[in-house]
Design a protein around this ligand. Sequence first.
Ligand SMILES: [Zn+2]
Length: 95
Amino acid sequence: MSDEIRLEPDCQQAVDKLYLFLDRELAEGDWDAVHAHIADCAPCLTQFDVERIVKELVARSCREKAPEMLRARVLTSIRTTVTVTTTERVAGPDA
Ligand SMILES: [Zn+2]
């Protein structure tokens, strides 16, 4: 048994649609499908949270400067995700 996180094909689809999902530009059926998947999938939930936070941060920084605490938290989230992705590649099926 291993704790590595591997993206399923469904995950890849959800991630591909993530920006449309966040912008609410998906058709209603697609939005529901992506939302249902993300809500039930830990790897996607992690990915989704990071993307959402970054997007909110960018949107907010257009109006005001992002608080240093929030910025630090987002950077930590991104680093955590990058670490998970790296581990996943190293321990891939070819190994
Ligand atoms: Zn997923």
